[in-house]
Write a protein that binds this ligand. Structure first.
Ligand code: ZN
Length: 125
């Protein structure tokens, strides 16, 4: 049986040009498509954001979407080191937890998606 993959010839050829990314948790390397791209929110915020489309500006860090790698990254304070002091990994944790429940073709329930991040009030000025 011929199982077709969702890869074009160009993409396959391209993988050689793209160096693999290193997970900041387990320090193993993986293809870009296997890792989450994380960026610092910046502008005085210490929040780490998940760059779903992998095209946000700024310095990025890479992490396997797994609880184990997240825990390792938190433990070794890899976020702050990789992202210029950004240590707020709450958004990353939510993303990984959501991904875990997403075992099938079902998407995240709208309730979870609609939940907005509450920035801490009383920002120093
Ligand atoms: Zn990892």
């Amino acid at each position: 049986m011929n199982v077709r993959k969702m890869l074009t010839v160009a993409e396959v050829l391209h993988t050689e040009d793209h160096p693999q990314r290193t997970c900041i948790g387990c320090r193993k390397k993986g293809a870009r498509s296997e890792l989450l791209r994380l960026v610092a929110e910046g502008s005085g915020s210490t929040a780490v954001l998940v760059d779903e489309r992998r095209r946000m500006a700024g310095r990025g860090a890479w992490l396997h979407p797994s609880e184990a790698c997240l825990a390792l990254a938190v433990k070794r304070r890899a976020f702050g080191r990789a992202l210029n002091g950004a240590t707020g990994s709450a958004a990353v944790e939510r993303r990984i937890m959501a991904g875990k429940q997403d075992a099938g073709p079902l998407r995240m329930p709208p309730v979870a998606a609609a939940k907005t991040v509450q920035p801490e009030s009383g920002s120093e000025n």
